[in-house]
Design a binder for this molecule. Structure first.
Ligand code: G16
Length: 543
């Protein structure tokens, strides 16, 4: 079989963002684009000669064609083995688990997560290391450097592999093993949460709706919730993965998971609702008439994780990304465990998890996870919630009410301004950054500024420092506004404003979030002059 060395030239714009490289699908399909990036990954990690890689994706358009290219390139770069999810499917947490279980040297995950899929939508590729987690900044920097000098890539001229056929295939000297994407992951879940307890909950008539959003968790949810845990057929909706996610936006939040929200706030609402995203790492939790913010979900899971067998000995510590609300900090303090604050991006949790400093971690962007893998894990969060509901016998609303009365409520919301002209978004951030030092002690929209800075993170494990990680303004009485530019968008710039307001007065724990956050929102818009600087008078998405 001929191995080809194909001459190429560097392609601009291959800098990995918050979570790998995400671009329009059309960009990934341009000549050499994918090949250049894959070769840069292989070179950036020191070559893959004799190595084993896990490969899979969320099934979006171009998933299977891209996997065929990656396999031919892995072969030409002398990899020993590739383990691939059947049909090219692997949820991100399942891929992370497989890397760890098989002691692979890393993996390539094909996904643009919650972004829509299709020829005119988005595609993405990221490299995860031998610990199963997203590559550290040091590694992604090496990959990016390589993209700037690349002169050739290696690829085998070979027929496509049948990705549906379970078992072992050969491509020259490389072995390809096609595995069931669900079974190892389902086995892992049984070691963490109490399956018999949850089975008894469903047997007792507990009802649930899980919206797989036409994405990768469909097969996992059908197998685990319906087949193994006995939830009635029909509990999982939109459970068949499709290459364009049923023309939807596979982002589990109240805007994009509207079908589920309508059901949960309707007259015949089930006891529990949940959704997951394109690649299965994000989750949304909603009770009957009770949406739970991701920040509150992290706090709730921290408070009750010990009820599940996997965490019966308690938690070592917890971590949250900086923009995530400080609700979990309050729970951690009451438990007497450490709470770490990291930049946005799951990769920053890896060292803390590997070093045994934290057991749970999470982000406002609907990501929650634990040390069982090195990615956030949507279905795991849903199962842990089910375990807690089964153990306590309480409803979602009752659990939340208890959490707020014990620790206060951190009202929370995120405003997203999408596809803003990059220059204008940058100018707004620069303008605000320049003001920060002078803000402390001043009053904005009636709120007193207590602190204002640009977040930088010193990794306590490897001593690396990450700067420029978001502008934060802390107000008196538990208010906070954070400003960041998204690192996952594929068009223009996305400005994110994160709003938070603590409330501890018992009679104000059930205010409408918009009311509770009105002052912080007004102050955030005033101090940033967002409307004047960007010409946008309203956010595109509010979660
Ligand atoms: C990725 C990262 C998360 C991050 C999120 C949003 O999630 O893994 O850590 O919170 O993007 O990032 P940004 O605010 O920069 O857009 P996913 O689910 O898209 O892989």
């Amino acid at each position: 079989m001929p191995m080809q060395n194909v001459r190429t030239t560097p392609i601009e714009g291959q800098k990995p963002g918050t979570s790998g490289l995400r671009k329009k699908t059309g960009v990934f399909r341009r000549p050499h684009f994918l090949e250049n990036y894959v070769q840069s990954i292989f070179d950036g990690i020191g070559g893959i000669d004799g190595k084993t890689l896990v490969i899979g994706g969320d099934g979006r358009f171009f998933n299977d064609a891209a996997i065929q290219i990656i396999l031919r390139m892995a072969c030409a770069n002398s990899a020993a083995k590739c383990i691939v999810g059947q049909g090219g499917l692997l949820s991100t947490p399942a891929a992370s688990h497989l890397i760890r279980l098989r002691e692979a040297d890393g993996g390539l995950i094909l996904s643009a997560s919650h972004n829509p899929g299709g020829p005119d939508a988005d595609f993405g590729l990221k490299y995860n290391g031998p610990n199963g987690g997203p590559a550290s900044e040091a590694v992604t920097d090496k990959i990016f450097e390589r993209t700037k000098t690349l002169a050739l890539y290696k690829i085998a001229a070979a027929e496509d592999i049948d990705l549906e056929q379970l078992g072992t295939h050969r491509l020259e000297n490389m072995t390809i093993e096609i595995v069931d994407p669900v079974s190892d992951y389902a086995d892992l879940m049984q070691t963490i949460v109490d399956f018999p307890k949850i089975r008894a909950l469903f047997a007792g008539g507990f009802t649930m709706c899980f919206d797989a959003m036409h994405a990768v968790t469909g097969p996992y949810a059908h197998a685990i919730l319906e087949d193994m845990l006995g939830a009635p057929q029909g509990t999982v909706i939109n459970g068949q993965p499709s290459s364009d996610f049923g023309k939807g936006h596979p982002d589990p939040n109240p805007i994009w998971a509207k079908t589920l929200m309508d059901k949960m706030y309707g007259p015949a609402a089930p006891d529990f609702g949940a959704a997951s995203d394109g690649d299965g790492d994000r989750n949304m939790i909603v009770g009957r008439g009770a949406y739970v913010t991701p920040s509150d979900s992290l706090a709730l899971l921290t408070a009750h994780a010990h009820l599940a067998p996997g965490y019966a000995d308690g938690l070592l510590g917890v971590a949250r990304s900086m923009p995530t609300s400080r609700a979990v900090d309050r729970v951690a303090e009451s438990l007497g465990i450490a709470c770490y604050e990291t930049p946005t991006g799951w990769k920053f949790f890896g060292n803390l998890l590997d070093a045994g400093k934290v057991t749970l971690c999470g982000e406002e962007s609907a990501g929650t996870g634990s040390d069982h893998v090195r990615e956030k894990d949507g279905l795991w969060a849903v199962l842990l919630w089910l375990n807690i509901l089964a153990e306590t016998g309480k409803s979602v609303s009752e659990l939340m009410a208890d959490l707020w009365s014990d620790h206060g409520r951190c009202y929370y919301s995120r405003l997203d301004y999408e596809d803003v002209e990059t220059d204008r978004a940058t100018a707004m951030m620069d303008g605000l950054r320049a003001k920060l030092d002078g803000l402390v002690g001043t009053e904005i929209a009636g709120l007193q500024v207590e602190a204002a800075d640009e977040f930088a993170y010193l990794d306590p494990v490897d001593g690396s420092r990450s700067t420029g990680q978001g502008l934060r303004i802390v107000f008196g009485h538990g208010g906070r506004a954070v400003f960041r530019l998204s690192g996952t968008g594929t068009q223009g710039a996305t400005i994110r404003i994160y709003l938070e307001q603590l409330q501890t007065e018992a009679e104000r724990l059930n205010d409408a979030p918009e009311t509770a956050l009105a002052s912080v929102r007004e102050a955030a818009l005033a101090v940033s002059d967002l409307v004047g600087m960007t010409g946008r008078d309203a956010p595109d998405v509010i979660t």
